[in-house]
Design a protein around this ligand. Structure first.
Ligand SMILES: Cc1ncc(COP(=O)(O)O)c(C=O)c1O
Length: 428
């Protein structure tokens, strides 16, 4: 039955690519878009279940993509849903037909809200995490005398943006430094507590760091900010779509993420959650037409004409993840990460930067492969082994980064570890 569903979705996919502007596509409506076709993960899914998940992606077999922290592949059904919607607009670009893709955009907003346990009125569909972070740093009225407290291991769209806006608007930026290896949740709560003053207006930190996968204590830090009268911006680029994120528990004021990373959605779509508590405090930096229909999207999402087909692909990705199950996805990514961390630690000469304790790290493993040239190793893994990963500059916890996800198989991890071990003994 499961195989049948996957095969059927592949046929649909092939057909969609073969057909150009047929009458069938003319009547695109959300209920007619291809649906996902994977069954819920059982309580203790085996490798056969994950193989079926892997087969729902269009990457060729044997291609080990261990780079989710950078960009994820989409399953066939997501590619097909976005393609179907895009073709519909090109077949019939009338306002009447585009109203249907707009409905798809609003459906994605509702799915995002359900997945994050918040309301559609609090969701802005953006282009990516970078844009989401900048909507916040450009949209709040901070002035000389105000302070923003950032974390040194944030992405440039967070830290560089805050520094640039501090120069422009005259407020001050203070920094909590990262420590490696991860010194524990309490350490970071204390570090932020010590630096918050009566002038702190916002703290900005990353849920899971892209560098080494450090997990920050989001709930505690957001509570700390609230208790001190400051706002919180949580960068969720590396948690959204891999950890089972429940914003009703974490209670940030802002949370950002990208569809093209862990959610496996269409490229150049993302999200910004804006808590209803702060709707009155943030102003739009872009003022144009074509906003979203509800809540804060009516003001913060008026960016002019959008690629609503990509947003529909985002919705299909959320459907796919929901069908597998958020809890199962998190467990699988953590299991594969743990496997990698343990096995890499066993290789002579390899130093793993990522903490082994799953309460301190998730889904990202960074390591220094002894004295090997990391660029050459990165290239050899891709060209000779069909393994995709990322490099890290030598200046800061340098080396390679693997970030496995629920579409990876244990055999991908075994191959990656065996290849690193081999190159460590033979050289690249
Ligand atoms: C923590 C973090 N924030 C923001 C971003 C930016 O994401 P995007 O390029 O999708 O805007 C990244 C990208 O890797 C990231 O790791």
């Amino acid at each position: 039955m499961r195989e049948h569903s996957v095969n059927r979705s592949r046929r649909d996919f092939a057909r969609l690519f073969a057909v150009g502007g047929s009458a069938a596509l003319f009547s695109a409506r959300p209920s007619a878009w291809p649906t996902t076709a994977i069954q819920q993960a059982p309580p203790d899914p085996d490798e056969r279940y994950w193989t079926r998940v892997r087969e729902a992606f269009i990457m060729p077999p044997g291609f080990a993509c261990l780079n989710a922290a950078n960009l994820c592949p989409s399953p066939a059904t997501v590619v097909a849903a976005a393609d179907h919607a895009a073709r519909s607009v090109d077949v019939d670009p009338s306002a009447q037909n585009r109203a249907k893709t707009h409905d798809g955009r609003e459906a994605t907003r509702r799915k995002l809200a359900a997945s994050l346990r918040v309301t559609p009125e609090e969701i802005v569909i953006t282009r990516n995490t970078s844009e989401s972070n900048n909507i916040v740093s450009s949209g709040l009225d901070f002035e000389p005398g105000d302070e923003v407290l950032i974390f040194s291991d944030n992405h440039p769209s967070n830290d560089a943006a805050w520094r640039q806006k501090a120069q422009r608007f005259g407020f001050t930026v203070k920094v909590v430094n990262q420590v490696n290896p991860h010194p524990g949740a309490e350490f970071y709560v204390d570090a932020f507590r010590q630096q918050i003053t009566g002038a702190t207006r916002l703290i900005a930190f990353t849920h899971v760091t892209a560098s080494v996968g450090d997990v920050l204590p989001v709930r505690e830090l957001c509570r700390l900010a609230r208790d001190r009268g400051a706002l919180s911006l949580v960068d969720g680029a590396q948690s959204f779509g891999v950890l089972d994120v429940d914003l009703s528990r974490m209670q940030p004021d802002f949370y950002s993420g990208s569809a093209h990373k862990w959610p496996c959605g269409s490229k150049e779509t993302g999200l910004l959650f804006v808590s209803s508590r702060v709707h009155g405090r943030i102003k739009p930096s872009i003022v144009s037409l074509y906003p979203g229909d509800v809540g804060i999207s009516r003001t913060l999402e008026a960016f002019g004409q959008r690629d609503e087909a990509a947003m529909i692909g985002f919705g299909a990705a959320l459907d796919f993840q929901q069908q597998v199950g958020a809890d199962a996805i998190e467990k699988r990514a953590r299991q594969l990460t743990m496997m990698l961390t343990e096995e890499l630690r066993r290789i002579d000469g390899v130093s793993v930067w990522t903490h082994a304790d799953p309460s301190r790290s998730a889904a990202v493993v960074s390591f220094r492969p002894g004295n090997l040239d990391t660029r050459k190793l990165h290239q050899a893994l891709y060209e000779r082994e069909r393994i995709v990963c990322a490099t890290r500059a030598p200046a800061d916890r340098g080396g390679l980064r693997f970030s496995p996800h629920f579409y990876n198989l244990e055999s991908d991890i075994e191959r990656a570890v065996a290849a690193v071990k081999r190159y460590m003994s033979t050289g690249v």
